[in-house]
Design a protein around this ligand. Structure first.
Ligand code: MG
Length: 271
């Protein structure tokens, strides 16, 4: 890749982070290089804000990030120079909201008839979330701090279609994750968030930039389709994103090692 402005968008679980734990050791060499190049690293994830904040702190990063499958884009105060026409203030961030407030998502679930009812994080005690996710107590608490979307336990096969239809009528959609389904606003997705971040940076830089996106599963597809250089990181446990572009870069290893290897090739200008 020729030198110049670039934004790197990345999924977390199974992509920048190794599967099953939260380590990113394998990604360190490429992380250091993109920092040297001044390429902002934008996390785009189904995780919550507290989860991303904790990770950024561990990595020593202060960058914009996208949480809960494109529900909200958070810009830290050091990016106060970016022009964000529709942003609101939330604590020390400016936030572009694409999803719906969590209480509205919860209200939809609470109003469901008995035969369609499902159990979401908001119905579970912290301990139940801990048991359902296998996360340690502190991480389960962070995963439960929802702002835009609700994970819920899969209903029986027959009820899912009826639930999806009902969600559609309310302008909501249901996405399938690994262990949970996720209820969210139909207007939010990772790709829309990527386009908004790019537009804000390009307007400030007053020039166009390249965008790289890295992901390992189907819910990353809108992000991979919205970037110039899509990178698919192999996922040994799940179905890969089936992307119909012939310019896809395929990482050769899963998790942080694959992230590192593919990004090094991009930095070296090989792809
Ligand atoms: Mg993933």
């Amino acid at each position: 890749m020729s030198p110049g402005r670039c934004l790197v968008f990345t999924d977390l679980d199974g992509t920048l982070l190794d599967h099953g734990d939260y380590t990113f050791q394998g990604a360190l060499p490429a992380l250091e290089r993109i920092q040297q190049e001044g390429w902002p690293l934008i996390m785009v994830t189904s995780k919550t804000r507290p989860e991303v904040e904790e990770l950024q702190e561990r990595m020593g990063l202060v960058q914009p990030f996208v949480v809960e499958n494109g529900g909200g884009i958070f810009f830290p105060s050091k990016y106060g120079h970016l022009d964000l026409p529709h942003a609101g203030a939330r604590e020390h961030y400016r936030v572009v909201t694409l999803g719906r407030p969590y209480r509205e998502i919860r209200a939809f679930l609470q109003d469901l008839p008995e035969d369609l009812s499902v159990r979401g994080f908001g119905d579970m005690s912290p301990r139940e979330v801990q048991e359902a996710t296998g996360l340690p107590e502190r991480r389960a608490r962070m995963a439960r701090a929802r702002e835009f979307t609700e994970p819920f336990l899969p209903p029986d096969g027959g009820r899912l279609e009826a639930l999806k239809a009902r969600a559609r009528e309310a302008g909501l959609t249901i996405a399938q994750g690994g262990r949970f389904f996720h209820l969210m606003d139909e207007g939010q997705d990772k790709g829309r968030a990527v386009r908004i971040v790019r537009k804000a940076f390009e307007a400030y830089w007053n020039e166009s930039c390249r965008t790289v996106g890295l992901g390992d599963s189907r819910n990353d597809l809108p992000m991979l389709q919205a970037v110039d250089v899509p990178v698919v990181v192999p996922n040994p446990d799940g179905s890969p994103p089936e992307i119909s572009r012939d310019d896809v870069v395929r990482a050769r290893k899963p998790g942080s090692a694959g992230w590192n290897e593919a990004l090094q090739r991009i930095l070296d200008g090989i792809v």
